[in-house]
Design a protein around this ligand. Structure first.
Ligand code: ATP
Ligand code: MG
Length: 365
């Protein structure tokens, strides 16, 4: 998959930006706060319809305006496709090839991106919600089924929570909800488990190549117990939901389920969040992202687009070289940096260079 052109109007610090991208490597140079991350973020928004920075859609609109437009002209395996997102005070509209797509679930997972930014390292040490968000965003890109399951699950959990807050509760109604919740939960569990199992087939080897240390894996933590037989999983989990019902009525909240899932990175059975050095944490995330490239490639005809936000300054020379090995010619890559000297000359030579100053684009030298 290739993005040929990005157009932004009233997006973040851009009035109007039009950028024609190289099929292979692109480097965006700019001082701090000029708009480098904003460009990468816009591509992410075009893919997943929301920012990875966890902000409101409204924050994406340039201050002083009441709408923003994002567009990407792409070349997919199946031909060219134009993606467009319109954000205004009333919400957002997503459009493919001039036609509005009513369901967000039909829009996401068309444009696949993998973003690696300094922010990502927070994923290891902070609370579980950031890791669940990661799972949701990434699996959504490779499975439409997952997007739909998650929407249904979130809706029904919302219903259940609202119901749990009422004074007069009918247990039969909660039973009906729980029947449905058990089925959806198991489906979500299985897709998350499959995703993490897949990552685990790559991550150890990649981490070894970067750090020379073996034994990295991801451990999935869930309230749901795994059984070979799916029906048995649903039944057992349904029983568990029953066991929690009294407590949930007391707390007026759904206490277990995929919305409470988590995962940890373990290096030789030690939780890296508790024992890892700063450099190790960074390399773990790097290994995770590189594993995702392999997984995305395997799971779709279209390769993902790789977005690397100012990461070269943070990596030592060996790690940089290991990363470069993965930035091969068949995956479109966009790198941002404050300092072009941070990037290997060989890469710079074959890249298109863009310079950004205060929301304006200048073709690089
Ligand atoms: N909604 C908005 N309206 C106007 N300006 C905005 C909006 N959101 C962000 N900005 C501006 O965008 C700029 C930040 O852009 P960005 O994060 O892309 O910078 P950057 O080039 O990546 O910088 P750094 O090197 O520090 O990471 C800031 O000046 C910020 O004030
Ligand atoms: Mg930035």
């Amino acid at each position: 998959m290739i993005i040929e052109k990005i157009k932004l109007k009233n997006y973040r610090n851009y009035d109007n930006l039009e950028i024609e991208l190289n099929k292979k490597l692109n480097i965006i140079i700019g001082k701090n706060a000029q708009g480098k991350t904003n460009i990468l973020e816009s591509i992410y928004v075009l893919s997943l319809t929301k920012s990875y920075l966890g902000v409101n859609d409204k924050n994406l609109i340039k201050l002083g305006n009441n709408y923003a437009i994002l567009e990407a002209d792409t070349l997919l395996n199946s031909g060219s496709k134009k993606f467009k997102i319109l954000i205004n005070d009333n919400g957002k509209q997503v459009i493919i090839d001039g036609k509005e797509v009513k369901k967000l679930s039909d829009y996401v997972s068309n444009l696949k991106v993998i973003i690696f930014s300094p922010e990502n390292i927070r994923m290891i040490k902070e609370g579980p919600s950031i890791r669940r968000k990661f799972l949701n965003m990434e699996i959504s890109q490779i499975s439409i089924k997952y997007v739909k399951l998650l929407m249904n699950y979130n809706n029904i959990i919302r219903q259940k929570n609202e119901y749990l807050k009422l004074d007069n509760k009918n247990k039969d109604y909660l039973d009906v909800l729980n029947d449905e919740i058990a089925k959806l939960s198991v489906e979500i569990y299985l897709l998350r488990r499959k995703f993490l199992d897949n990552i685990n087939t790559f991550i150890d080897k990649i981490y070894y190549e970067i750090m020379g240390m073996q034994g990295l894996r991801i451990r999935y933590i869930s309230n749901i117990d795994y059984f070979e037989d799916k029906k048995e999983m649903v039944d057992r989990y349904r029983e568990k939901l029953d066991k929690y019902l009294e407590k949930e009525m007391l707390y007026k909240l759904s206490l277990i389920g995929p919305h409470r899932d988590d995962f940890i990175f373990v290096l030789n059975d030690k939780n890296i969040a508790l024992y890892g050095s700063q450099g190790q944490l960074r390399s773990v995330i790097l290994a995770l992202k590189l594993s995702e490239i392999e997984l995305f490639k395997k799971s779709s005809d279209d390769d993902p687009i790789l977005l690397l936000d100012d990461i070269f300054s943070e990596l030592d020379i060996d790690k940089k070289n290991n990363l470069i090995k993965y930035i091969n010619d068949n995956i479109q890559t966009i790198i941002t940096t404050t300092d072009i000297n941070m990037i290997d000359e060989k890469l710079v030579k074959k890249a298109s260079i863009f310079e950004i100053q205060n929301g304006k684009l200048f073709p690089g030298k």
